[in-house]
Design a protein around this ligand. Structure first.
Ligand code: SAH
Ligand code: SF4
Ligand code: F3S
Length: 472
């Protein structure tokens, strides 16, 4: 048994990061024959991509995917630890699995992802949910075949490393989409914002080598993919941990030069955004004009307590530079009710929102996470007041999101049609600057980037009609 350890997870050393290749023993490839798996994913794109890896590993072992948990032989929850409500959802689901397991004791159930990296969570599992068969961490995904072998041999498995982490290349992926793909460019995070649990659950910042990333993008392009999203908690810091002379702007340019149709990247911490990056974005038509630039707070006092390393003024300066990128859309993340946030601090956040008029924003109430510095800060604002702030903030966010969309009414945009929409006869996709559009179009257009005329706009989506080349 290898349990997670918060003390270890907090450490950062200069230890070498090893790059290894994924390997699976041939004998394990028959383990899943005749068995179905169900996996539910919580959290961010990184977790979604980890799930794509886990699915491919399981299918390499001949498990078959099912969307019906009741009929599964193996149930996995890929969890998120970012806020209390993500945590609660998972424990709710564990309760449901318990009922199933009472009816079908042979079901194998396990959890992985960021909650598995939390010492308190694994202790709780051992105390209260000891019937779970498997717990594995974000650094242990590549070892899943061996862990499952032991589980099927009747041994409960807990394997969560709290080491800073290595890089495993060549993990297969069963991608959700045939047209757009996630590509990890780095793992972990060293920023240690005081509220955030990610540096403890994902380990230290480890960048993949540029050649490995370009090879993956090139392969995706050859397979017909139209879009890649370069993933990292803090992509602008890409390469800083490598013994090399390239950085995020060089990587962006190299990815753009593969000529894949669309290149995106998330998330950008304002601290590491360089002028050179902005120039590269402007220079290449296939780097999409969409930037997610988390603000978190508009009060310098709170930003300092959050350990964000920028001020309202430097944020706005960067924001204005980014606004010069033609047709750019900028979105953000904001936390209200950070410990000690006063009504005046909150008003400062609102002022920034009124200035920036974001295309959209994810807004959250602060949630204390075990082991983070902010969880020990004195917090004397009532939940009721925090909810009022969130509500007020969302009024502005929604207003500006609608306004940003309204600019597109009757205009032409380019949309990559990626799947059927919930609306009959409609397909859905995103514009270059990440606006969701439902397009009345035949499904033969799936996977194509088409010209669309916007016919209706709402706060979170737009409707449009395809403009065929010969109707222009
Ligand atoms: N790496 C990204 C953020 C990843 S987490 C960045 O630094 O920009 C996504 C968002 O969740 C954060 O931007 C933050 O707004 C929110 N978040 C993180 N920890 C939180 C906490 N403890 N309580 C509330 N919101 C939190
Ligand atoms: Fe968390 Fe900050 Fe790292 Fe983002 S940059 S993952 S908010 S510690
Ligand atoms: Fe959640 Fe882990 Fe992502 S905590 S937001 S799944 S990095």
């Amino acid at each position: 048994m290898q349990k997670p350890c918060l003390k270890e997870a907090k450490k950062r050393t200069n230890n070498m990061v090893f790059t290894k290749n994924y390997q699976i023993d041939e004998s394990l490839k028959t383990l899943g024959i005749g068995k179905k798996y169900f996996i539910r994913t919580y959290g961010c794109q990184m977790n979604e991509h980890d799930t794509e890896n886990i699915k491919a590993i399981l299918e390499d072992m001949n498990f078959i995917e099912t969307n019906d948990m009741e009929s599964a032989d193996l149930i996995l929850l890929n969890t998120c630890a970012i806020r209390e409500n993500a945590h609660n959802k998972v424990f709710g689901m564990i309760g449901r699995i318990k009922h199933l397991k009472e009816k079908k004791p042979n079901i194998i159930a396990g959890i992985c992802g960021c909650m598995a990296q939390e010492e308190v969570v694994v202790d709780e599992i051992l105390n209260k949910y000891n019937w779970l068969n498997l717990v594995f961490g974000t650094h242990n995904i590549a070892n899943l075949p061996n862990l499952l072998k032991k589980v099927y041999d009747g041994e409960k498995q807990i394997e969560v490393y709290s080491i800073e982490g290595d890089i495993i290349e060549e993990i297969p992926a069963k991608r959700d989409s045939k047209y757009k793909a996630w590509v990890n460019i780095m793992y972990g995070c060293d920023k240690f914002c005081t509220y955030c649990i990610v540096p403890y659950t994902r380990g230290k910042q480890r960048s993949r080598k540029m050649n490995d990333i370009i090879k993956e993008v090139q392969e995706l392009k050859n397979q017909g993919y139209k879009e890649v999203t370069l993933l990292g908690q803090n992509v602008n810091a890409y390469g800083k941990d490598l013994d090399s002379n390239y950085d995020m702007s060089d990587l962006l340019e190299a990815v753009a030069n593969t000529k894949i149709a669309r290149v995106r990247f998330i998330t950008s911490h304002p601290w590491d955004f360089t002028d050179k990056m902005i120039e590269i974005i402007k220079k290449h038509d296939n780097i999409m004009p969409y930037i997610h630039l988390p603000l978190q707070s508009g009060s310098n006092r709170i930003l300092k307590l959050m350990g964000r390393r920028y001020t309202k003024e430097s944020y706005l300066k960067l924001f204005n530079k980014l606004k010069e990128i033609p047709n750019v859309a900028i979105t953000t993340d904001i936390i209200v009710g950070f410990p000690g946030e006063t009504e005046e601090d909150f008003q400062e956040t609102l002022e920034v929102v009124k200035t920036c008029k974001y295309d959209s924003a994810f807004t959250f109430i602060f949630s204390a996470r075990e082991g983070t510095p902010a969880s020990k800060m004195i917090d004397n604002t009532s939940l009721e007041d925090k909810e009022k702030r969130l509500h007020k903030l969302n009024e502005y966010v929604n207003k500006y999101a609608l306004k940003a969309n309204q600019k597109y009414l009757n205009k032409e945009v380019l949309v990559l049609l990626e799947s059927k929409s919930n609306k009959n006869d409609f397909l859905m996709g995103y514009t270059e600057n990440m606006k969701l559009v439902n397009v009345k179009a035949d499904s033969k257009f799936l996977g194509q980037i088409v010209k669309v005329k916007i016919t209706d706009v709402k706060t979170w989506s737009m409707d449009g009609e395809i403009i065929l080349p010969n109707t222009k």
